[in-house]
Design a binder for this molecule. Structure first.
Ligand code: ADP
Ligand code: MN
Ligand code: MN
Ligand code: MN
Length: 337
C-alpha cells in the first residue's frame, strides 16, 4: 500500500499556497510514470467556479516521503477540466526543455509562533536585542528553532532533494536553505517540496512558517528573500565580461515584468536598505549586495565563467514563475551567435 501525496498550488492571489491530498495505491511500482492524473474541487481553492469545479492534477515530479511509511510526495501541475494549462500553473510557463538553465534558490523564511504572532525568539511583548548577533549564530540567546531546521534538513536530504546548505539569518527566528538543480523545472519542484516538508514539520512543533517578505514591517529587521542564482551554457562558458554585460543589460527594460512575479509586497522589502536595491531601479555589479543583480566574485575570478544572482525575488515568490521570467529575459540577450 503506497501513500501518494499529490501536492499542488492553489489559485489564491497574489500568493499561492500549497495544497495536498493522499491517494492510496495498491501495487505501486514506485515510478512517476505510473502515477495517474487525479482531480480536485477547484471551487475550494479559487481555481474553478462551483458549477464546473473539477481541476486536473498532473504528476510531474516525485520523491520518497521521508517521514511517512510507504509514502511518496508527488508534485503536480494543475490543468483545467479540458486538459489545458490552468492560469495558476506557473511551471508550464518555463521554457527550458533541454535543462540548460541551472538554478540555485536561497530560500529565507521566519519560524513563527502562532500564540504570540511573532518570530521565535521574540518575547510576548517588546523586542529582542537588535540585529547583529543572530546571523549564523549558535546558542540559546541567538539561535531559535534549530531543532525544526535540523529535522527539515534531514527530511530534505532523505527525500533526495539537493539542499546545498542552511544558515541562520540576520533577524531573530529567521533561517535559510539553499537548493540547486540543473533544470529550471526541477529547481522549482524541489523548492516547493522543501517548503511542503517545512510546513508539515512545523505542524508537529506548533510553529508556522512565515513566508512573507517583510513580516516585521518597516521596523529595523531584515526581510526575507529568495535570491535566484542562475546560469546557462553561455554564462557558464563565456570567458568574457562583455557577455555578462549584455545579459545583465537585457534585464534593464523589463524591471516591471520581473517585479510582477518576484513575490507580493516586495516594495516593502526592496527599499535600498538591508542589502537590497530599490524596487524602482535596476543595477548590477561584481560582488554588490546592494544591486538588483550581483555578479559573484568567484565568477569573475574564474575568468567570467559562472552565474548571476538576481537578488530581487522574495521569500514568497513562486520559483516556477521567477525562473520562467529569468529564462525569457536571458534568451532575449543578443549574445547567441
Ligand atoms: P550567498 O548567500 O553568498 O548569496 P549562497 O551560498 O547562499 O550565496 O547561494 C549561492 C547559490 O548559487 C547556491 O544555491 C548555489 O547552488 C548556486 N550556484 C552556484 N553555481 C551556480 C551555477 N553555475 N548556476 C546556478 N546557480 C549556481
Ligand atoms: Mn545565502
Ligand atoms: Mn540569505
Ligand atoms: Mn544570495
Amino acid at each position: 500500500m503506497a501513500k501518494l501525496e499529490y501536492i499542488w498550488l492553489d489559485g489564491y492571489k497574489p500568493t499561492q499556497s500549497l495544497r495536498s491530498k493522499t491517494k492510496i495505491e495498491k501495487d505501486f511500482s514506485g515510478k512517476l510514470e505510473d502515477v495517474a492524473n487525479w482531480s480536485f474541487d477547484g471551487s475550494s481553492t479559487e481555481q474553478a467556479p462551483g458549477g464546473s469545479s473539477d481541476c486536473v492534477l498532473k504528476p510531474v515530479y516525485m520523491v520518497k516521503d521521508p517521514q511517512r511509511k510507504d509514502g511518496y510526495l508527488v508534485m503536480c501541475e494543475v490543468l483545467d477540466s479540458t486538459g489545458a494549462r490552468h492560469e495558476s500553473n506557473g511551471r508550464a510557463l518555463i521554457e527550458d526543455d533541454d535543462n540548460d538553465f541551472w538554478f540555485g534558490f536561497e530560500q529565507e523564511y521566519f519560524l513563527w509562533d502562532p500564540a504570540t504572532n511573532k518570530p521565535l525568539g521574540f518575547p510576548a511583548s517588546g523586542f529582542p536585542g537588535p540585529q547583529g548577533p543572530y546571523y549564523c549564530s549558535v546558542g540559546a540567546n541567538n539561535a531559535f528553532g534549530r531543532e525544526i531546521v535540523e529535522e527539515h534538513l534531514d527530511a530534505c536530504l532523505d527525500a533526495g532533494l539537493n539542499v546545498e546548505g542552511i544558515n541562520g539569518e540576520v533577524a531573530a527566528g529567521q533561517w535559510e536553505f539553499q537548493i540547486f538543480a540543473k533544470g529550471a523545472k526541477e529547481a522549482g519542484d524541489q523548492i516547493w517540496l522543501a517548503r511542503y516538508l517545512l510546513e508539515r514539520i512545523g505542524e508537529k512543533y506548533n510553529v508556522s512558517i512565515n513566508w512573507h517578505c517583510k513580516p516585521l514591517g518597516s521596523l529595523d529587521w531584515n526581510g526575507s528573500g529568495m535570491h535566484a542564482n542562475f546560469s546557462n551554457t553561455t554564462l557558464r562558458t563565456a570567458g568574457n565580461k562583455e557577455v555578462y554585460d549584455i545579459i545583465c543589460e537585457a534585464f534593464r527594460p523589463v524591471v516591471s515584468e520581473h517585479v510582477e512575479v518576484y513575490g507580493a509586497d516586495n516594495h516593502l522589502r526592496l527599499t535600498g536598505k538591508h542589502e537590497t536595491a530599490s524596487i524602482h531601479d535596476f543595477s548590477y555589479g561584481v560582488s554588490d549586495r546592494g544591486a538588483s543583480i550581483r555578479i559573484p566574485l568567484a565568477t569573475v575570478e574564474r575568468g567570467w565563467k559562472g552565474y548571476l544572482e538576481d537578488r530581487r525575488p522574495n521569500s514568497a515568490a513562486d520559483p516556477y514563475k521567477v525562473a520562467a521570467r529569468i529564462i525569457k529575459t536571458v534568451k532575449t540577450a543578443e549574445v547567441y551567435v
